[in-house]
Design a protein around this ligand. Structure first.
Ligand code: MTE
Length: 322
């Protein structure tokens, strides 16, 4: 008889702290002047053979940062790793097998543009310089489906410090690899490869912005954007660029991949807002992946308004919610 055992990272609804209770605790901790709570993460399953071959596997599982809690159960790892958007490997959701063609070592990351000095660094050297932690975040795709994920990574603020941008830099442009022999989707010449995304420097250094190196207590699987991806939980999922090879600092706002493809539907800011519909569908609710078609109400800034709403107070005359 086949018994389905529940992985220990999958929280029952009753065990997940409600966001308001959690925020109250945060305020209390802040008021008491205490340092952020970082507790040892639960022992996480480490089953993927690919993960054990990864030179960074020794850093997993990383300690969970308890400042970041969820109001809903985590998505099943199987859903997160078999329903993906990664157009480099095909313009549909079932690219997980094809994405195994992605070669993640050797892998270098370049920091250029408005920086004190251009740097190119090997991925394992970069990861070894950063303090990895686990955070539980909601994830909301512009296509109105959602997940809740246990990311591992480090604050992008630390990456920006490492890059040493010049004073005049205002934005950071991020770029995915470009190799059509490895990633067949890049043969679709009508897309503006390589995939690019951008953030303002205030967004990049916001406490929520994470550079993801792993998920589910293991190094990032290829289909989720190994070895390095962006995690910005208050924005629609297309901002979370995968498999990054370059961070370029600039004083001009970069044009993102989807903005180039269809700028009227996919903007630069792409902040989640249930009251601002996409050009072709409502954003009021979302389909929870693995939730048997269950829909829940979408939250303004995906529930992260306390941390990020202030970033946009001086932006006038522009729609920041698409
Ligand atoms: N990054 C690259 N390089 N290529 C992509 O096609 N798709 C984006 C984003 N990052 C994409 C990408 C979109 S549309 C979404 S919704 C998320 O990745 C999906 O992340 P997931 O597959 O881990 O759920």
């Amino acid at each position: 008889m086949l018994l389905k055992s529940k992985p220990n990272w999958e929280l029952p609804e009753s065990a997940a702290t409600s966001e308001s209770v959690f925020q109250d605790r945060r305020r209390l901790v802040k008021a008491m002047g205490l340092a952020p709570i970082v507790a040892a993460g639960a022992a996480l399953p480490n089953t993927a053979a690919a993960a054990t071959a990864d030179p960074s596997a020794k850093f997993y599982p990383a300690a969970r940062n308890l400042r970041y809690r969820l109001d809903r159960p985590l998505s099943a790892e199987k859903d997160a790793t078999t329903y993906n958007n990664f157009y480099e490997f095909g313009s549909h959701k079932y690219i997980s097998k094809d994405a195994q063609a992605l070669k993640t070592r050797p892998w270098t990351v370049t920091f250029d543009g408005m920086v004190e000095k251009k740097i190119t660094v090997d991925i394992d050297t970069l990861i070894s310089k950063m303090q990895l932690e686990e955070r539980l975040y909601r994830f909301r795709c512009v296509e109105a489906w959602s997940m809740a994920l246990p990311w591992t990574g480090f604050p992008m603020a630390d990456l920006v410090k490492f890059a040493r941008p010049l004073k005049g830099a205002k934005f950071v442009m991020m770029e995915t690899f470009h190799d059509a022999a490895m990633a067949k989707g890049q043969k679709q010449f009508w897309y503006p490869w390589p995939y690019r995304e951008g953030l303002s420097l205030e967004e990049a250094t916001n406490e929520l912005t994470l550079i993801g190196t792993g998920a589910y207590g293991k190094p990032m699987v290829k289909q989720m954007g190994a070895p390095l991806r962006l995690v910005v939980p208050w924005k629609y999922g297309f901002k979370s660029i995968k498999s990054i090879v370059r961070f370029s600092f600039t004083d001009k706002r970069p044009v993102s991949f989807w903005e180039k493809v269809q700028g009227k539907e996919y903007g630069f800011w792409a902040n989640v807002n249930p009251d601002v519909p996409h050009a072709r569908w409502s954003q009021a609710t979302e389909r929870v992946l693995g939730g048997k078609g269950k829909r829940v109400k979408t939250l303004l800034y995906n529930g992260y308004g306390d941390q990020v709403a202030g970033l946009y107070k001086d932006i006038n005359g522009e729609n920041i919610f698409f």
